[in-house]
Write a protein that binds this ligand. Structure first.
Ligand code: COA
Ligand code: MG
Length: 297
């Protein structure tokens, strides 16, 4: 897996590859990752032009910016293989596979990349957006334990999931939450990134901040986005808060005191604190530090 994949993925913006203005804007935004989309954001008649635009975009952008992911059309469609061939040649940080249903969908894409001798550093990300993917989520995520599969992230596709299951979409996402939590659980079991679905109502900034806070509390690493205005709130919502960072520092300090050397359990802020909390605290401090570095860039 590419080193770059362990960088923060708080804000992951879809950019329709057929939209020249959006592509031009993409390189200027402070998001952690861009998904150049050849799939649902591109009309059938615009697919070939979108491929060409993605090629040109790669030629004009340095590799040290945000992570770059290309979302291809499903391999079962008439565009899928050409998209995969192009993405393999461009060697982005990851290729996002839509409409994944079974582990076989990921293995098939991985085999095609291996056959084309595409660098191992090109990861695969999987959209989890069909009822079948939800039913097979454990087996799909298990591929994350085998680096040869290239699988590095699960991406919630909440719009497709709602459409295919026919659940109502409500502002509190109540009918989607069980599946979103399954995606987080599976991602953790497979050692994968977990990315929350998009919020369509991009003008409602309050609702969006709430949804980011909720996604972070649910354990997601970040959120997929559709509009530049969502980048800053997602970066804030998925970075450790000042309170969480201060608490993490108090835990590290407590275990570092000479009188606590060799202790498995100490008391911090009146609460039982074990070494697992120390590991968690170090993780929070590390995440806050990379989040700061990324935001400074
Ligand atoms: N990525 C990069 N730039 C984007 C963008 C995106 N996803 N969405 C909008 N922009 C740009 C616009 O081009 C515009 O640029 P400008 O300042 O150079 O004029 C600026 O941000 C402001 O855009 P705005 O006018 O507010 O929105 P819009 O009406 O142009 O677009 C959407 C609204 C929803 C159509 C557009 O945001 C979009 O297509 N989002 C992505 C949809 C998608 O990828 N769906 C599939 C995955 S769910
Ligand atoms: Mg979809």
């Amino acid at each position: 897996m590419s080193d770059r994949i362990i960088r923060p993925c708080r804000s992951v913006l879809y950019v329709p590859a057929s939209n020249a203005k959006a592509l031009a804007k993409a390189g200027t935004l402070a998001c952690d990752a861009l998904i150049l989309d050849l799939e649902d954001a591109v009309a059938p008649e615009a697919k070939a032009g979108a491929r060409e635009a993605v090629s040109q975009w790669f030629a004009g952008h340095p590799k040290d910016g945000p992570l770059v992911v290309v979302r291809i059309n499903a391999l079962s469609t008439e565009w899928g293989m050409d998209d995969l061939e192009l993405a393999g040649r461009l060697e982005p940080d990851a290729i996002l596979l839509p409409k994944v249903a079974t582990p076989r969908d990921i293995l098939e894409a991985g085999d095609a990349l291996d056959e084309a001798a595409v660098a191992d550093g090109v990861a695969l990300w999987a959209m989890i957006e069909t009822p079948k993917a939800m039913l097979n989520i454990g087996a799909i995520a298990e591929l994350g334990r085998d680096p040869a599969s290239r699988l590095a992230a699960l991406v919630a596709g909440s719009n497709d999931l709602a459409r295919e299951t026919r659940v109502s979409t409500t502002p509190d996402r109540r009918y989607l939450l069980p599946w979103l939590m399954q995606i987080v659980l599976a991602a953790r079991a497979g050692g994968l990134l977990a990315l929350d679905g998009v919020a369509n109502d991009f003008r409602d900034t309050q609702a969006f901040a709430r949804e980011c806070a909720e996604g972070a509390a649910m354990g997601f690493d970040g959120k997929t986005l559709i509009h530049p205005s969502q980048v800053e709130p997602a970066n804030a919502g998925f970075s450790p808060s000042a309170e969480a960072l201060a608490e993490a520092r108090r835990i590290v300090e407590a275990f570092a005191r000479p009188e606590n050397a060799g202790q498995a359990v100490v008391v911090v802020d009146g609460r039982m604190t074990e070494r697992l909390h120390l590991a968690q605290a170090r993780d929070t401090i590390a995440r806050a530090s990379v989040a700061r570095t990324n935001s400074d860039n």
